[in-house]
Ligand binder design. Structure first.
Ligand SMILES: *[C@@H]1O[C@H](CO)[C@@H](O)[C@H](O)[C@H]1NC(C)=O
Ligand SMILES: *[C@@H]1O[C@H](CO)[C@@H](O)[C@H](O)[C@H]1NC(C)=O
Length: 286
């Protein structure tokens, strides 16, 4: 195939149809690879401050929650704050801040509650506790230590990502103060145990194989071999003779003596029947 432009007299060979199809497939695969790669990388923006394989696995559960903004407003008397949270992403204007508090009274000043670059991830059977440390320092409370955010993510099979809720701000003590939040999500739920027993799975597989055999064989016999009537059943001959074959097999296996074996005869007397003259009829006089 050639696409020719008359004026320029240049012929460009167009790729063959098969080549074009494989190029398309390659392009789709590349797109999937790039998107898939990005999707599994979001979680890596979180830096575990003491990394362990267990924590990496716990964190990996939260991948579907990345790139989502969670926010909640909290009114306390005349104070009003909005909290913004992201899983391993910038929740506000401060780079590295995964949970920020925004003062709603006027200037919208942003206070960093915790950095996702100093993360800790603890997981149980149906929950994950995500901890962001190294937030801005308290002004007067908690010995002026750095703020810390704890987000408790609990299993709820009905929601992919629920709403963020403020549980408490524990700051009236000397140290280890924290902000506690909670969130429901199905991503931390344990895998449901299979409802089917091994026996029923085997039965189902057997049934499916039988159906495939019958339907495939029927179509093959009808369309390719061109069989009619009952002969359209796959291996019709085999199945109609299966009884005989089984009987032959049993005969062979179960019998202690071969069927041809004759009881011993008197010695000297031939056990073979005398050969009858067969074709000498024409020799006899009519
Ligand atoms: C999250 O919010 C920020 C602004 O605070 C916005 O720029 C960003 O696009 C939002 N991301 C998503 C996934 O909605
Ligand atoms: C977090 O704070 C600790 C001190 O408490 C400090 O040693 C560490 O370097 C900080 N990490 C980051 C990423 O800011």
């Amino acid at each position: 195939m050639y696409s020719c432009q008359r004026r320029m007299k240049v012929c460009i060979p167009l790729p063959h149809a098969a080549v074009r199809v494989s190029l398309l497939v390659l392009a789709v695969q590349l797109v999937l690879l790039v998107c898939g790669g990005q999707a599994s990388d979001n979680i890596k923006r979180c830096k575990l401050f003491s990394e362990s394989p267990k924590e990496v696995n716990v964190l990996r559960l939260l991948e579907p929650l990345t790139n989502q903004n969670f926010s909640v407003e909290e009114k306390n008397g005349k104070e009003s704050y909005r909290y913004q949270f992201q899983v391993c992403g910038d929740a506000g204007k401060t780079p590295g801040a995964g949970l920020v508090q925004i003062d709603q009274n006027g200037k919208e000043t942003e206070t960093v509650i915790g950095l996702y670059t100093v993360t800790q991830a603890i997981g149980g059977s149906d929950w994950v506790m995500l901890i962001y440390r190294n937030g801005s320092k308290y002004d007067g409370h908690c010995s002026q230590e750095m703020r810390k955010a704890i987000v408790m993510i609990s299993c709820n099979r009905n929601v992919a990502a629920g709403t963020l809720r403020v549980v408490l701000e524990d700051r009236d003590k000397e140290r280890d103060c924290f902000y506690l939040f909670e969130l429901d999500s199905s991503v931390v739920c344990p895998a449901l145990p299979s409802q089917l027993s091994a026996g029923s799975i085997i039965l189902i597989i057997g049934f499916v194989l039988l159906s495939v055999y019958l339907i495939g064989g029927f179509l093959y016999q009808r369309l390719i071999v061109g069989a009619k009537g009952v002969e359209q059943f796959p291996n019709y001959y085999f199945w109609t003779h299966v009884g005989n074959l089984a009987a032959d097999g049993c005969n062979f296996v179960c019998r202690t003596r071969g069927p041809e074996e004759q009881p011993p005869t008197y010695s000297g007397v031939s056990t073979e029947p005398e050969e009858e003259p067969e074709c000498d009829d024409h020799l006899l006089p009519m």
